[in-house]
Unconditional design. Sequence first.
Length: 239
Amino acid sequence: MDNSSKLIEKIKQQNLKPLPRWRFRLKNTAAWLLFLFAVIFGALAFSVVLFAIQQIDFNLITHMSHSWFELLLGLLPFFWIVSLVVFLVAAIFSIKNSRKGYKFSAISLVGYSAALSILLGTLFFIGGGGKWLENTFATNVSLYESVQERKIRIWMQPEEGYLSGTITEVEVDSLKLTDFNKKTWTITFEDADIVPAVRIETGEQIKIIGEMASQDNFKAEKIRPWGGGDRFRENNQNK
């Protein structure tokens, strides 16, 4: 008995029947839907990562005692980085289990999935989606530590020369600042390096590198806006 005959005999003995075509179509559709959702959610996660990177003032890093690695660990949202990896793996898995998934190599699957998430995530970030998603999680998820909370932790070390908060009063060469712990400081900035993007006026949020003179006095050496996009604002004001 040849192999084909043996196979037919085995099928008859086990009463095997071909699966209906709709089940294969359903599996293929589910695989591509999973890929679509994974890419979209991966893009959302990437947009928040971009928002976190935007909050790092690279012009001030060289003046800080923190290393680049420490700053990245302090500011990067690991929840979203892990989510990005998980959704990337899900996207790869879904394509691999689609009808023509066998045609793609592992490297090409990683490349296509990552490229789509990065492209969509960048567009979402440009539209303000990264900041919105970050703020939404910070407001509604009690256990979530936001990028802003991480940033405040870094810029609220007056003993180390880092201070931030909101301007409440302005004088000729000094100002009153209420930090994020609700403490009021007197900031002298006579010789400070202040970028044009900063508006020394009531209500403006700033971050400062300088020296703590006393328990409620701080001498500023450099003053920058608190939020991201500082370079864009500075360029617009210089036009």
